[in-house]
Design a protein around this ligand. Structure first.
Ligand code: CO
Length: 249
């Protein structure tokens, strides 16, 4: 979705600003997104292709920064790609990978603070904040429960729910009903406000979160802004990148 580029452009600017003199390249893990944009004439590299090009161009020292939210399946696939390059004869002198947004307990604290700092200023008492995570079959799905634990400790009407994991939309509806919530602000807990945010969350279809909440007596207002547009979150990815770059120095 064109609107989603705002978040990636912001991350790009922030990283280049923080690391002058370092070459920055982009790679896209999603084959679906690469195929779609290829049809529109925009060629994007997979991580393996981007790393191969850098190897051919004589780079010796590369750090891959994951822009995933949790260390789930996609992060672990990326880790395997990086490990493949590490094992390659005549490969890079050093190739490292930075953690996704949520890795250590202090990352959870930092993300919760960022999410709460962005709460709409006109939110009234009794109104909820709901953050839509992706969710996964991967064991790292537990990060959303950890996030909910810390988030709920700081704001009893702030919730995390996921499209494909736990907590689910049903869990969220039960919580909102139990707490008598009539209005909620919904925001994506994803790097970009893309298809999930615009359609699954804010869409007009009967199964969108907005529609399901409306049928359960909760009016919602959708904030279509990805974490990549929030410099507090971007700086956490950047801190993970810098930590990875410093490994083995
Ligand atoms: Co998805």
């Amino acid at each position: 979705m064109p609107e989603a580029w705002k978040a990636l452009d912001n991350i790009d600017q922030r990283v280049r600003g923080a690391l002058p003199g370092v070459d920055v390249r982009w790679a896209y893990t999603s084959g679906l997104v690469r195929d779609k944009l290829a049809k529109e004439g925009k060629a994007l590299d997979s991580p393996a292709v981007a790393l191969s090009k850098m190897l051919d161009q004589g780079f010796t020292d590369v750090t891959v920064q994951s822009l995933h939210v949790i260390p789930g399946q996609e992060y672990h696939d990326l880790l395997q790609t990086v490990n493949g390059f590490r094992a390659m004869p005549d490969g890079f002198a050093r190739v490292r990978i930075g953690w996704p947004l949520l890795a250590r307990p202090e990352d959870i604290e930092a993300v919760v603070d960022a999410l709460l700092a962005n709460a709409p200023k006109d939110r009234k008492s009794g109104e909820a904040l709901v953050f839509m995570g992706h969710g996964t079959h991967h064991p790292a799905d537990v990060y959303y429960l950890a996030l909910q634990y810390v988030l709920g400790g700081k704001d009893p009407l702030a919730f995390v729910a996921t499209v494909e994991g736990t907590p689910s939309l049903d869990d969220l509806v039960a919580q909102l009903k139990a707490k008598g919530v009539k209005k909620a602000y919904l925001a994506p807990l994803m790097a970009v406000a893309g298809d999930h945010a615009n359609n699954d969350m804010a869409g007009e279809e009967p199964d969108s979160w907005k529609s399901v909440l409306a049928r359960n007596g909760v009016e919602s207002e959708c904030l279509l802004r990805g974490l990549g547009e929030d410099n507090r979150a971007v700086d956490l990815w950047l801190a993970h990148l810098k930590a990875a770059m410093a490994q083995g120095e």
